[in-house]
Design a protein around this ligand. Structure first.
Ligand SMILES: Cc1cc2nc3c(=O)[nH]c(=O)nc-3n(C[C@H](O)[C@H](O)[C@H](O)COP(=O)(O)O)c2cc1C
Ligand code: SF4
Ligand code: SF4
Length: 383
């Protein structure tokens, strides 16, 4: 038996899978689906006081090999305060996992945020995530950075429940310690999507009769995971905050990696949007198995290990190489020659119609293994 329980800001969570602020959590039905499928907490879709609801706004979304793209507007992507509070109140009466309210705004004035925070607490929110995505850019110029510092400091002192700023890559990881040093915050969540130009060369119009012109989009996807891992390493090394890490998670190994890098819990959205609510329970079941495979009996055990060693010191640890070389299983090789075209390698040659590897010059880098669709190449240890 593995024990997935953990503590987050004084709340007991049944596992580290928190559903991120997203379309999954923008109505009561979605929140209940998250709960029924085993999520340990939900972060509501961001709630905005200035959103009075505008039904003409729409969201456009699609996914391709680069990830999930969404083109939308502030009004479409935020819940108005009354609807947000109704959803929180109904969800709190029906399910017994923490509801974290995500609050957002368009500027740094604390008065514009505080009223929304107080109202969602009355509705039943146990914590508040501050969605900083829509604040004036660039967020890291000195004027904006000082205003942000002030906003977080004031809110953390005025609000009765824990507040959790949500970081995107526009705020570099190494700035965070200094940025929140004067505030009372105890937890950070990361990473939000990135805002990027939509792929303008793609003729979407021929397939999707839904946009005339694509401007900026938000991009989500597994490409983000290395950045998320990087933030986890820097934040664990430089701060004592509890960390809710996510962005690019697509399977249980990704969750375990983040836990081993020092996050306390994870937040997940797009892989569940694409695979369905049932994928939440798959992730949790697979995570239990992964823990056993890695020799852990509980999440606490991982966290104790990290606390003791401060962090698994990836940067200081060095890779240990095994002397090896690649071989081709001729029975599997279809002679597609994909491996020969690798400009990385001179060791793969064709001789008398057979694709072979010169073991004398092969250094066993493994690149050809990953390019072979027939799984015909193996790297083995040198005697
Ligand atoms: C369509 C869509 C809408 C989202 N809306 C919000 C939002 O309102 N507030 C917020 O903080 N994050 C929002 N997110 C970002 C997610 O919470 C999460 O940070 C991001 O998707 C990265 O995680 P993932 O790789 O698991 O999707 C949204 C994500 C998607 C896909
Ligand atoms: S990529 Fe694989 S299948 Fe194709 S030639 Fe090389 S070993 Fe054979
Ligand atoms: S393992 Fe690397 S060096 Fe060896 S054949 Fe494959 S690509 Fe070349």
């Amino acid at each position: 038996m593995t024990d997935l329980n953990l503590d987050l800001l004084g709340c007991k969570l049944r596992n580290p899978v928190i559903i991120a602020s997203s379309p999954l959590t923008e109505d009561l039905k979605g929140i209940i689906e998250c709960f029924n499928n085993g999520a340990s907490a939900v972060i509501t879709k961001s709630i905005s006081k200035i959103n009075k609801g505008n039904p003409s706004e729409a969201r456009r979304a699609y996914f391709d090999k680069e990830g999930l793209w969404a083109t939308s507007t502030y009004f479409r992507e935020t819940l108005d305060l009354d609807s947000g509070c109704d959803i929180i109140a109904s969800a709190s009466s029906k399910i017994d996992i923490p509801i974290i309210a995500s609050i957002t705004g368009l500027d740094f004035e604390v008065e514009k945020w505080i009223g929304s925070c107080e109202k969602v607490i009355l509705a039943g929110a146990k914590m508040i995530q501050l969605d900083l995505f829509y604040l004036p850019q660039p967020i890291t110029n000195s004027t904006n950075l000082n205003k942000l510092k002030r906003l977080i400091k004031d809110l953390s002192q005025l609000i009765q429940v824990p507040i959790i700023p949500k970081i995107n890559i526009e705020i570099p990881a190494y700035l965070i310690k200094e940025l929140f040093s004067e505030s009372n915050i105890k937890c950070i969540s990361f990473l939000d999507s990135i805002r990027v130009p939509s792929p303008i060369t793609k003729n979407l119009q021929s397939r999707y009769k839904m946009v005339r012109h694509l401007g900026m989009s938000s991009l989500f996807g597994s490409w983000q995971l290395p950045l998320t891992n990087h933030y986890a390493i820097i934040l664990r090394k430089t701060t004592d905050y509890q960390l809710i890490g996510g962005g690019g998670i697509s399977n249980s190994c990704d969750i375990l990696t983040l836990l081993m890098l020092g996050v306390n819990a994870t937040q997940i959205a797009s892989t569940i949007i694409i695979n369905g609510f049932g994928y939440i329970s798959t992730l949790i079941k697979n995570l239990e198995e992964d823990l056993i495979e890695e020799g852990f009996t509980s999440i606490h055990e991982i966290q104790n290990k990290i606390t003791k060693s401060q962090t698994i010191d990836i940067e200081q640890s060095h890779t240990v190489f095994i002397e090896s070389y690649a071989i081709i299983d001729q029975k599997r090789c279809s002679k597609c020659k994909k491996c020969i075209t690798l400009s990385f390698c001179r060791a793969i040659i064709e001789m008398n119609g057979v694709i072979t590897i010169n073991s004398e010059i092969c250094e066993g880098c493994g690149l050809c293994v990953s390019c072979c669709n027939e799984n015909a190449i193996f790297v083995i240890e040198r005697d």
